[in-house]
Design a binder for this molecule. Structure first.
Ligand code: GLU
Length: 496
């Protein structure tokens, strides 16, 4: 068997899309499974849509996902350069070979002329294919057009290639994912391989690069199937070995439309900014079209690589269930160690002054707050009461604080707690006794605690109350309880 060499070939016209990440993952897995090489190639032939920031984003996102490449623009390799814009001197040579063999021809049509052809086809309700107007131009005619200042594009001669290598106009290939696929090549139209400005089109550059980089298997989205037929013809015309192709179903939003910004994040970096863990993302996208043999969905990249088989990939589209991703993310958050969490949560705590807490207090805060998190970013709204002197009281907490019983609880709390030793262990005991004391008076323990929680945190839900009190300290606790009591006394209705 030939050496397995696969590639991910993103165009840097945007940040790395989650769909591209899945394609990269399946290529990576296929390489791992077959002791092959995984190659990164940057397809930046469209200079206007390309930016260095997007290239950086692609690098960073793939690395963050753990999809490290064996050859690529930064690490080099035997078949570089791996950035198409650095390969512009390579493509004309191969275009010339095709011209010489008659598999390509020069086309002098202007954009306006082509537009007119397209309009005519539309008027006749026919699908547009190039009319091959320039196929049989004589040398004199070409010279004349050149003299007019026209620069030719180069088109691929489909009919010639098809006749040379196939018996009929049908072109067929055996897709690794979708099985046999075919097309009537009469419908493809002689497509441009080199633009009049001397740069290659996508379909041409891809073939030359896949050929020279010895790519054995091309795994990519099914939106490329129509390109694949064209590319097979180019491979054949060049006398090159045609790689095996596998086309993945698309990723659709829950409403079955194309996944787009309006559904939520789409770029890997956006997911990360929102607080998704890359381990969760990679696990989640692996399940878009593939299922583990043991039915266990939570799997690390290595475990997935062990289990992965390309022929088991579903050929249909997959639905991107944000809810499932959220579930998976919360699972992965729970699997992080406390030291890891302390680091990973910091970017989402920048609005607070972390120096208010000692390291031990910060550790404890993380310990008592991480479990309910779905996203790392959820920590931002989960912890405001650990910082600052005062707290904002929400409506429900305000209502609680307004009750007679809460006011009574707070006053008693201040009387009793002033003598308490302020350690978490002791507070635990004291609060238990405090609750029991009120229970005797007929106040439910949770009502007792709500009063303290409302005063100290400004809300009725949150982390373990004993831990909160221990972390924020006696002084802050008293300050807030006092504030909650005083505010009651100042309420206008109490003045009458
Ligand atoms: N640059 C192409 C894209 O981003 C790559 C397609 C391919 O894998 O050939 O869609």
């Amino acid at each position: 068997m030939t050496d397995v060499r696969v590639r991910i070939a993103p165009s840097p016209s945007g940040n790395l899309h989650i769909g591209t990440a899945r394609t990269a993952l399946f290529n990576y897995l296929f390489a791992k499974k077959n002791n092959g090489k995984f190659i990164l190639r940057i397809e930046d032939t469209d200079a206007e849509r390309t930016s260095q920031a997007y290239i950086d984003n692609i690098f960073d996102s793939l690395k963050a996902l753990g999809l490290n490449w064996d050859e690529g623009p930064d690490v080099g390799g035997p078949y570089g350069p791996y950035t198409q814009s650095e390969r512009f001197d390579i493509y004309p040579k191969y275009a010339q070979i095709l011209l010489d063999k008659g598999f390509a021809y020069e086309c002098f049509c202007t954009p306006e002329e082509l537009e007119a052809e397209k309009k005519e086809a539309a008027a006749n309700k026919k699908p547009y294919v190039y009319t091959k107007k320039c196929l049989n131009l004589t040398d004199e005619e070409k010279a004349k057009l050149r003299a007019e200042g026209r620069k030719p594009a180069i088109r691929f001669n489909i009919e010639k290639a098809q006749k040379a290598f196939h018996n009929s106009s049908m072109l067929t290939f055996d897709d690794m994912v979708k099985g046999e696929l075919h097309v009537d090549t009469n419908l493809l139209g002689d497509f441009v391989i080199m633009k009049s400005n001397g740069t290659p089109t996508y379909n041409f550059a891809v073939v030359i690069d896949d050929m020279l980089m010895k790519i054995s298997h091309v795994i990519r989205g099914e939106d490329h199937i129509s390109n694949t037929f064209k590319q097979i013809l180019i491979f054949e015309a060049l006398g090159a070995e045609v790689p095996k192709f596998g086309h993945l179903g698309m990723i659709l939003a829950p409403d079955r439309s194309k996944l787009s910004k309006r559904h939520g994040a789409t770029a890997v970096s956006e997911f990360v900014e929102k607080g998704y863990l890359t381990d969760a993302l990679i696990n989640f996208v692996a399940l878009l079209g593939w299922s583990p043999s043991d039915g266990q969905e939570i799997k690390s990249l290595d475990e997935i690589a062990q289990d992965f088989r390309i022929n088991e990939i579903s050929s249909s589209n997959s639905i991107f269930e944000y809810d499932k991703l959220n579930w998976m993310n919360s699972h992965y958050i729970k699997m992080l160690s406390i030291p890891e969490l302390k680091e990973r949560l910091k970017p989402y705590l920048t609005k607070y002054d972390l120096s208010e807490l000692t390291d031990a207090q910060y550790t404890r805060m993380v310990e008592v707050t991480y479990e309910p998190l779905t996203l790392l970013s959820d920590i931002t709204d989960a912890v405001p009461y650990f910082f600052g002197e005062d707290v904002e009281i929400d409506d429900k907490a305000r209502e609680t604080l307004d009750s007679e019983v809460s006011q009574d609880v707070l006053k008693t709390f201040m009387e009793q707690a002033k003598d308490w030793e302020w350690t978490e262990e002791n507070l635990h005991e004291k609060l238990e006794a405090f609750r029991a004391f009120y229970k005797e008076k007929g106040v439910k323990p949770k009502v007792t605690m709500w009063a303290i929680r409302a005063a100290v945190t400004g809300r009725l839900c949150g982390a373990d109350m004993t831990a909160i009190l221990a972390i924020i300290g006696k002084e802050k606790t008293f300050h807030r309880v006092k504030a909650a009591t005083k505010s009651r006394q100042c309420r206008i209705k109490d003045l009458f």
